[in-house]
Ligand binder design. Structure first.
Ligand SMILES: Nc1ncnc2c1ncn2[C@@H]1O[C@H](COP(=O)(O)OP(=O)(O)OP(=O)(O)O)[C@@H](O)[C@H]1O
Length: 301
């Protein structure tokens, strides 16, 4: 899908919505219900059920101190596909993403409830080794964060910390990961040079190379293009398209065009709730809820 359409035909509260919404929610709308704190069920499209699942999120809640930021979020993330989290600023997209690899553990005031599973294994629980978990879930941040070392050492960093010393293995992984991140041709003659001398777009692809060097089961991208110019953004979007199939990607984006171009599935969040979740084309062209339509067509947010 190359562009967002504004002539969407939604079937608010009829095609599946009515079955789960209280009559008050139907009458006054989802956003009013959410603001009031009423019980509210996500509009999940049936197509999700046909997918093989890599990540399960079940009734997940999060508080920063006394302020609740996530409310009963339940969703299944398909394997080998790209799933976008969209929604207005402050709706909890990054918070949800950071819960997947337990980055929020680093914030003292955070408390969570509910379940998440990675290929069936619990993500939360006293027995979970968070360091091992983070090896299975790669993450790329808004601003590229290469380490102050050579391009080569950046890419093989995950193997180094696992104790890998075999030069042949490291070189093979370096080349494979840089090729995977679309950076090999630009980087192959300067592998020993500092990563900090690369352009912002190259640094972000390097961070993706470093993430995929660890062969993660899920790749989390938190607004990976927000610090990049349009050309570098285009390269990252092409790369996301190429990684699809081999990797399961969950991406937070502010950019509707980016969500529609890059993702197979899209989840629309509002005030810490998951409002509607389904195939990207349906979310953009035939959303079930009027609120989703208003957001994706730019009528609010
Ligand atoms: N470290 C924190 N401590 C306290 N509150 C936080 C913290 N991080 C986020 N919040 C709050 O949690 C809510 C969700 O924020 P979050 O950053 O997840 O939203 P977002 O949808 O990713 O926003 P944006 O699109 O602006 O990045 C907001 O109300 C925010 O102020």
């Amino acid at each position: 899908m190359s562009q967002i359409r504004t002539d969407v035909k939604h079937s608010a509260y009829t095609a599946g919505g009515a079955g789960v919404m209280s009559s008050r929610v139907q009458r006054e709308g989802v956003f009013e219900a959410i603001k009031r704190g009423d019980a509210f069920a996500t509009e999940t499209h049936p197509a999700i059920q046909r997918e093989e699942i890599v990540l399960g999120i079940d009734k997940f809640k999060l508080w920063y101190g006394t302020a609740q930021a996530l409310w009963d979020v339940s969703m299944k993330i398909p394997r080998g596909k790209v799933t976008s989290l969209i929604g207005p600023s402050g709706c909890g997209k990054s918070t949800l993403l950071r819960c997947v690899n337990r980055m929020n553990d680093l914030i003292d005031s955070v408390r969570v409830d509910g379940e998440m599973t990675l290929n069936g294994d619990p993500i939360y629980g006293a027995e979970v080794d968070v360091i091992e978990l983070r090896k299975r879930i790669g993450m790329v941040f808004q601003k590229p964060n290469p380490f102050p070392m050579s391009i080569f050492e950046n890419v093989v960093y995950p193997l180094r910390i696992d104790g890998e010393r075999n030069r042949g293995v490291l070189e093979e992984v370096c080349e494979r990961s840089l090729r995977g991140a679309g950076l090999w041709e630009e980087a192959k003659d300067r592998l020993d040079q500092s990563a900090l001398a690369m352009s912002g777009g190259q640094q972000q692809r390097l961070c993706i190379a470093r993430a995929i060097a660890a062969e993660p089961e899920v790749l989390l991208l938190d607004e990976p293009c927000s610090a990049l110019d349009p050309i570098a953004t285009g390269r990252i979007e092409e790369l996301i398209d190429e990684l699809k199939g081999s990797y399961s990607i969950l991406i937070v984006t502010h950019n509707m065009q980016q969500a529609s171009r890059t993702s197979d599935f899209t989840a629309f969040m509002y005030l810490g709730r998951l409002v509607e979740y389904g195939p990207t084309e349906q979310i953009f062209l035939q959303p079930r809820l009027k609120e989703t339509e208003d957001y994706v067509t730019g009528r609010f947010g």
